[in-house]
Write a protein that binds this ligand. Structure first.
Ligand SMILES: CC(=O)N[C@H]1[C@@H](OP(=O)(O)OP(=O)(O)OC[C@H]2O[C@@H](n3ccc(=O)[nH]c3=O)[C@H](O)[C@@H]2O)O[C@H](CO)[C@@H](O)[C@@H]1O
Ligand SMILES: C=C(OP(=O)(O)O)C(=O)O
Length: 435
């Protein structure tokens, strides 16, 4: 189990460039299976989850060439479908959440897709019904081996149809879209997820020859085609990392510039941070956060009632930023209710913040009220274990703002989604070492 030692209480300064988006990369990498032609991808983050998926593709027979930092070509012209039945696949396939999106492309192009129950964060139930109900609607036969937790779908040829998704699942929509692009006829997906990473996937598929309309809305129409060709694609910056750096700047009262953020793809994120009292300046495509010498004050609603920050499917606020917003609120002036609607086990890490001196009431598994200290009292250093990727980074931000030296164990959870985080933090003045 890896560990970070963090000496907190230091102000940071400088520029930080966000990595390519983890959750986009997981969709885009699976899409290379849809063509036998070459696909070139840049700005791929060098993080554990993405590297695991690249190695799964390699084991499936995809020819992969690394061209430079974050830049690869992929060619899926000779796929080894037997690998999908191997013990190795049953082990490696469960190593990350994103592997579930191998199923749609495999089913569409080769008539069969299998996956062991995928991993990812343990942040509550993470069901797959939307994915498989979608494949079944497209005409696939579904089977599930309960002993091995192994899912399978098979179909000679998928047939386009109308479907209303039971929920706007992000990976579910990506999976169904990747299956429908090669189906016979027209597929309509209503209640589709429409976040920027999914828009990126759809635009890439269209460049490969797919016919998808409605991109950016919750109603996608897909006219099936016989085959797809190669393309070039560049990943967006990671909006969750961008939000993490905003939280870090606020908690350490640092002047930071976050470079090349793709502002127009950030949706509610800047607005929500502003409601929490954070000053954000747009300079070109950068975010500049000034030193918050006098702290930051949470706004109330117009009628004076306490602000709630809650997640919702895009264009609502992503659930992946709520842990970071929560930790930031512990030093704000004022109160806020954090409501994590999507996941039921993502707020339990607040116990650690309470140990550090934060004023938080965990109302129930989904809601926590935070009463900010307004920097009148610092958090105190402690030893903690990172429970999931975003709670891990939130605890890291808390440690960087705290008095004394903190220890965070199980940092593999953080490395899953943040590229060289310790090196990049040291470059802006953080005292952090990997031990
Ligand atoms: C690899 C990847 O891309 N992971 C992201 C993806 O996971 P993933 O695609 O697994 O998440 P889903 O969008 O399927 O759903 C997330 C959770 O929200 C619930 N739900 C979803 C939609 C809805 O309208 N109502 C509702 O309650 C689901 O039941 C589930 O518990 O999207 C999540 C939601 O943005 C993010 O937290 C994950 O980081
Ligand atoms: C929950 C997350 O990831 P995953 O879906 O891979 O577990 C996340 O990125 O915050």
């Amino acid at each position: 189990m890896g560990t970070f030692k963090i000496e907190g209480g230091h102000q940071l300064h400088g520029e930080i460039t966000p990595q390519g988006a983890k959750n986009e990369a997981l969709q885009i990498l699976c899409a290379v299976l849809l063509t036998s032609e070459k696909v070139s991808i840049t700005n791929i983050p060098d993080i554990v989850d993405v590297n695991k998926l690249i190695s799964l593709l390699e084991d499936l027979g995809v020819k992969i060439q690394k061209k430079g930092q974050g830049s690869y070509t992929f060619m899926a012209d000779d796929i080894n479908l037997d690998y999908l039945q191997s013990a190795q696949f049953k082990e490696d396939g469960r190593g990350l959440r994103g592997s579930i999106m191998l199923v749609g492309p495999l089913l569409a192009r080769f008539g069969k897709g299998y996956i062991p129950k995928p991993g990812g964060d343990k942040i509550g139930r993470r069901r797959l019904d939307t994915h498989f109900e979608g494949f079944i609607k497209l005409g696939a036969k579904f089977r599930y081996n309960k002993e091995e937790h192994f899912y399978g779908v098979e179909a000679k040829k998928l047939k386009g149809t109308y479907m209303l998704l039971d929920e706007a699942s992000v990976t579910g929509t990506a999976n169904i879209v990747m299956a429908a692009v090669l189906a016979d006829g027209k597929t309509t997906i209503y209640n589709a997820a429409c976040e920027p990473y999914l828009q990126q996937l759809c635009k890439m598929l269209n460049r490969m020859g797919a016919k998808i309309t409605g991109i950016g809305s919750n109603l996608l129409e897909i006219e099936g085609v016989d085959s797809l060709g190669g393309t070039d694609h560049r990943m967006l910056p990671d909006m969750i990392e961008i939000g993490s750096w905003i939280g870090l700047a606020a908690m350490t009262r640092s002047h930071l510039t976050i470079k090349d953020v793709s502002w127009d793809d950030l949706g509610q994120i800047p607005t929500v941070f502003r409601k929490l009292g954070i000053q954000l300046e747009r300079k070109g495509d950068d975010i500049v956060i000034p030193e918050h010498k006098d702290g930051y004050e949470i706004q109330n609603y117009i009628d004076g009632s306490i602000l709630t920050v809650a997640d919702a499917p895009w264009p609502g606020l992503t659930p992946d930023l709520l842990s970071i917003i929560l930790v930031m609120a512990t030093q704000a002036k004022g109160e806020v209710l954090i409501h994590q609607k999507m996941f039921e086990s993502r707020l339990f890490f607040v116990d650690k913040l309470i140990d550090m001196g934060a004023k938080i009431i965990l109302c129930d598994p989904h809601r926590a009220t935070v009463i900010g200290h307004n920097f009148k009292s610092s958090l105190k250093a402690t030893t903690m274990v990172s429970p999931d990727i975003r709670a891990g980074v939130s605890l890291l931000i808390a440690a960087l703002s705290a008095k004394g030296t903190s220890t965070i164990h199980n940092i593999e959870q953080i490395d899953r989604g943040y590229e060289n985080i310790d090196t990049r933090l040291r470059a802006i003045g953080a005292k952090i070492t990997r031990v």
